[in-house]
Design a protein around this ligand. Structure first.
Ligand SMILES: [Zn+2]
Length: 167
């Protein structure tokens, strides 16, 4: 019942991901339609209910443009789990502020990068120009398109692809 279900807006735009329990509630209360199942059935005393994989809301939901939340996990993901100074894949990655916080560097997408512990240590609390390090690429805010936003879950739910493509 905790399996992720893709929720589409009334116009089929991907909105978010909820769990199966919530998706079934939305269908039963008439707020959403089943768009895709294929994960088997929930057996109740009187009937069997298809387990949804994708649902669509009956009513259009208006909401502001989606943005990718700035979290450690999303910074690593944007940078492809690669140190942005030496290009190494490391398991114990850190987040580095290009302009250090104590020098007024903001905690924004354009000032945070993934760094391995040794580069982070080499850089220390100095601004970039005082170090030997260079950035592999200029840090940017990741695109808030559906493919990026739902990309992490897409690997395990590839049937969502057709609903996410193009948004
Ligand atoms: Zn490094």
């Amino acid at each position: 019942m905790d399996a992720p279900v893709l929720v589409l807006n009334a116009n089929f735009e991907p909105l978010n991901v909820c769990n199966t329990r919530r998706a079934v509630c939305l269908i039963f209360s008439g707020k959403a339609d089943l768009v895709m199942n294929g994960r088997g059935y929930i057996q109740t005393v009187t009937k069997s209910i298809p387990i949804p994989s994708v649902i669509r809301l009956e009513q259009m939901v208006h909401r502001p443009r989606m943005q990718v939340r700035l979290t450690r996990r999303e910074v690593f993901r944007r940078d492809n789990y690669t140190c942005q100074y030496c290009g190494r894949h490391a398991t114990n990655l850190t987040v580095d502020h290009v302009v250090p916080k104590h020098l007024g560097g903001p905690h924004t997408w354009t000032n945070v990068v993934t760094a391995c512990p040794s580069c982070n240590h080499r850089k220390g609390a100095r601004p970039l120009k005082e170090t030997q390090l260079t950035l592999l690429q200029i840090p940017r805010e990741p695109p808030a398109n559906a493919h990026y936003l739902f990309g992490r879950q897409l690997a395990e739910n590839d049937e969502w692809e057709q609903f996410i493509r193009g948004w």
